[in-house]
Design a protein around this ligand. Structure first.
Ligand code: C2E
Ligand code: CA
Ligand code: CA
Ligand code: CA
Length: 274
């Protein structure tokens, strides 16, 4: 009956609708965020174990909204990823990173790409064009993708990575160990770097399994001639364990939080941390 129908609508309104409306607001806000100047990129140093030199920075997006204040990329990136918005945000991120790179001495910048961006038609042509437009050598850009991006269609992903690497881009596999890619698959991909997910670094001191996974990834990386970045390093104890285990690169609050471009620039010029 009509009345029952209305009741259903009301229940829907009061519970589910709240989160749907919030998502819509996020989507709407995001589509205007670039034009309104609400987005910025921040940069977190990536450190080599040799002398604790800054060899690169990871670029991370920040969104400060008028309405809700700062919203985490962990919240808004997945929403953008559900539509073509992710391409707009992604292009903006590359442009920002490239402009910032023009001011740095020699470091690279590591840019996050979501699966949808990576699977875009002519991704390789698109990204090389953008980077060349800013006069940046591809070897100063590292492309960070997760296992999810390459798992679905491993054949096509392998081809894309091969072509990117041939053009000089660096490739990092992000959040390594959390996805589905088998070790068998890893050898097919042209990679420079494995990034150990923060959750394993965090768990390292408490759980044997996390410590074992960290050690395995470091060994695997070394055996394959890849750099291994431990992310989320927060304590001296974690750092010591990672250095003893032979981890080649480090990133985390222990060294620096992600910082604005001008501060990153000063760090880049100073070059050494520690
Ligand atoms: P991610 O790529 O795994 O980035 C690492 C996250 O760990 C960042 O969170 C960083 O700020 C945080 N982090 C770094 N060191 C530490 C530490 O020592 N302790 C703790 N607790 N956290 C640390 P953030 O910036 O909030 O980004 C969250 C996620 O959002 C990223 O995870 C990435 O998946 C996504 N993201 C951020 N910026 C972009 C972007 O420009 N494009 C795309 N596609 N995704 C992005
Ligand atoms: Ca990342
Ligand atoms: Ca990560
Ligand atoms: Ca992550």
């Amino acid at each position: 009956s009509k009345r029952a129908g209305r009741g259903v609508v009301r229940v829907f309104d009061e519970s589910m609708d709240e989160s749907i409306r919030f998502r819509r607001q996020i989507e709407g806000g995001l589509s205007e965020a670039i034009a309104k100047g609400e987005l910025k990129m921040v940069y977190q140093p990536i450190i080599s174990r040799d002398g604790l030199e800054i060899i690169g920075f990871e670029a991370l997006m920040r969104w400060n909204t008028e309405e809700f204040g700062p919203i985490s990329p962990a919240m808004f990136i997945p929403i953008a990823e559900e539509s073509n918005l992710i391409h707009e945000l992604g292009d903006w991120a590359i442009d920002e990173a490239a402009k910032t790179l023009q001011q740095w001495p020699g470091q690279y910048v590591s840019v996050n790409f979501s699966p949808r961006q990576f699977r875009r038609q002519n991704f390789v042509g698109h990204i090389i064009e953008r980077v060349q437009h800013h006069g940046i050598a591809p070897d100063r850009i590292q492309i960070e993708i997760t296992e999810t991006a390459i798992f679905d269609d491993a054949e096509r992903a392998a081809e894309t990575l091969y072509r990117l690497r041939q053009m000089g881009f660096r490739i990092a596999l992000d959040d390594f160990g959390t996805g589905y890619s088998s070790l068998y698959n890893i050898r097919r991909f042209a990679l420079d770097c494995l990034k150990i997910d923060r959750s394993f670094i965090d768990g390292m001191g408490r759980e044997r399994a996390s410590a074992a996974i960290v050690h395995s990834i470091i060994h695997l990386g070394r055996a394959l001639g890849l750099e291994v970045v431990a992310e989320g390093v927060e304590t001296q104890e974690q750092l010591d364990t990672l250095l003893v285990a032979g981890c080649s690169h480090l990133q985390g609050y222990f060294f620096s939080r992600p910082v604005d471009a001008d501060i990153a620039c000063e760090l880049a010029e100073r070059r050494w941390l520690g």
